[in-house]
Ligand binder design. Structure first.
Ligand code: NG1
Ligand code: ZN
Length: 514
């Protein structure tokens, strides 16, 4: 077939370095940008085939998120804006690792296995981050799409959540919004104005809310290296503000990661102490707000918070025991959280590192909508239903989105008349520490119970249990990272002795898995 000839010709321009093996992990392919040209071309091919299979538009995002500037990566976005399925992750790995001369065979295998109708039209949306390598790498994706005769739309510089949003809008015939960057900003900004406008009407007697949302931008990609001593990951892991940013006491700050799907808040107090408000604090604020509104609206909808093992123990304790909210723990990686959140009417999910959003079931959205339009309900119920409806509109339900999360948090703080300090004191984080350990093969560590216990190597879990016993309110676990060649160690305890516990557990990892 003509398209296969085109692939042979074009793939020679994107050759695979001999011996390179990469795996489609929790966040797609991610490694040094120099090794990715052939991967991008091949993901262009795969996205085209996926589009033919689903008869829908597929997204390809070129980014390495929070990784250093010299890395890059690629992720595929499925029709409703969700991550691709497990089977297709495996196809991606197969295609990526096929030797140059076996590429066509590998592609044909996928086409056959999935019974793809090759005459079906294909559409692929492509986006990229601000890394210097992203321009040529996204061009390689576009080459892959055109090699198979697919149509592509290059959105250029966009955030990951914007691309997810665009794909979802396109495949729902505009029901979710308009599939343009302008459409994205219009939708979420209008929802924010609507949400806070209602507040002004009801609370203007008590609180002076006549303020616009004033934002001052730093490290916006116009200069400096992406994520270098800044960004959500830096702030969260280092537990300090980005280098070179002047923060006045009590000033509300937030940091996004390299592709703006993560956000963390922070401030420094009058003594100069740094305070971080991470994904757990956001999940708590948002779920409390939603639970109160659901109660006021008299809506019997099941709300749950989905976390990972990295969630601070204090947050879980507060949610379960004070807020009486159902909490579920899953494996690391947004797709796991997303799936569990879909089981509830209202599923609030956040990774501690600030990646998260809220999902509303179709039934929940309908009930809220009906109540908001019902003329026979009392004012309190109606007001709550309207707030809920506007809250839904400000949330990007396709994926965790730093911009949309920021607007939601800002709206909630404004509605509740809360300062960042008051939000921070809802519960106190247990001191904690994350460390990375380099071992020969991190896959020797296998885990269970949502990654909270190590099954292999023998003796490791027992060693961790014995170390944890020496500390109060302590917890520690280890797992192989899905995005870096390291083992991650997490520890928390009642004091900053969590640092010592993390260190001791790291030594046990060296000893037993090194
Ligand atoms: P790994 O490298 O598997 O720990 C990291 C984050 C995840 C997730 C992915 C994707 C931590 C501890 N892990 O995964 O939460 O965000 O990157 O970007 O923050
Ligand atoms: Zn990211």
């Amino acid at each position: 077939m003509a398209e296969f000839q085109e692939i042979s010709k074009l793939s020679a321009l994107h050759p695979k370095p001999a011996g390179l093996v990469l795996q489609y992990g929790t966040s797609g392919f991610r490694t040094n940008a120099k090794q990715l040209d052939h991967i991008m071309f091949r993901m262009g091919l795969l996205a085209t085939v996926r589009s033919k299979k689903t008869k829908a538009t597929i997204g390809v995002m070129v980014t390495a998120s929070h990784n250093p500037e010299e890395d890059n990566g690629v992720k595929l976005v499925d029709p409703m804006g969700e991550m691709v399925t497990q089977d297709w992750e495996e196809h991606a790995t197969q295609l990526a690792n096929a030797d140059q001369e076996d590429l066509l065979t590998a592609l044909k295998n996928i086409i056959e296995k999935e019974a793809i109708n090759m005459s079906q039209e294909a559409n692929v949306f492509v986006g990229k981050d601000t890394r210097s390598s992203s321009a040529s790498l996204s061009q390689a994706v576009l080459d892959g799409v055109s090699a198979l005769g697919g149509h592509s739309k290059d959105y250029g510089l966009v955030t990951t959540p914007q691309l997810h949003y665009m794909v979802c809008c396109q495949n729902t015939q505009g029901k979710y919004g308009e599939a343009t960057v302008e459409g994205y900003y219009t939708k979420f900004c209008q929802a924010f104005i609507q949400l806070t406008k209602n507040v002004r009407i009801t609370l203007c007697l008590f609180v002076h809310l006549k303020k616009e949302l004033q934002i001052s931008l730093n490290n916006d990609g116009s200069k400096g290296r992406l994520n270098h001593q800044c960004g959500a990951d830096y702030v969260k892991v280092q537990q300090k503000p980005p280098t070179g940013i002047k923060i006045n006491p009590g000033e509300r700050c937030c940091s996004f990661d390299g592709d703006a799907d993560r956000i963390v808040y922070y401030y420094t107090d009058s003594e100069g102490t740094f305070h971080l408000l991470d994904g757990d604090k956001m999940a708590t604020l948002i779920s409390t707000f939603l639970k109160e509104l659901l109660t006021q609206a008299g809506l019997d909808l099941k709300i749950a918070v989905v976390q990972t093992a990295y969630a601070n123990g204090s947050s879980t304790h507060y949610l379960e025991n004070t807020m009486k909210v159902l909490v579920r723990c899953t494996k690391t990686g947004v797709k796991h959280l997303h799936h569990v959140a879909q089981e509830f009417d209202v599923g609030v999910y956040f990774e501690a590192n600030g990646h998260g959003t809220v999902l509303f079931s179709k039934a929940a959205e309908e009930k809220i909508q009906q109540l908001a339009e019902d003329t026979n309900v009392n004012d309190e119920r109606k007001k709550a239903a309207l707030l809920l409806r506007n809250t839904i509109n400000v949330i990007n339900q396709t994926v965790g989105d730093a911009i949309s999360d920021m607007l939601l948090i800002e709206a909630i703080l404004a509605i509740k008349g809360m300062t960042i300090q008051q939000w921070d004191t809802i519960y106190t984080d247990l001191p904690n520490r994350q460390l990375k350990v380099k071992v020969a093969d991190r896959r020797v560590i296998d885990t269970t119970d949502a990654e909270r216990r190590a099954v292999t190597p023998a003796g490791l879990q027992e060693a961790i249990d014995n170390l944890v016993k020496k500390y109060r309110q302590a917890r520690s676990f280890v797992r192989p990272s899905g995005t870096e060649d390291v083992v991650r160690v997490y520890a928390e305890a009642d004091t900053q002795s969590a640092d010592a516990l993390a260190h001791e557990v790291s030594l046990a990892v060296y000893r037993l898995a090194g």
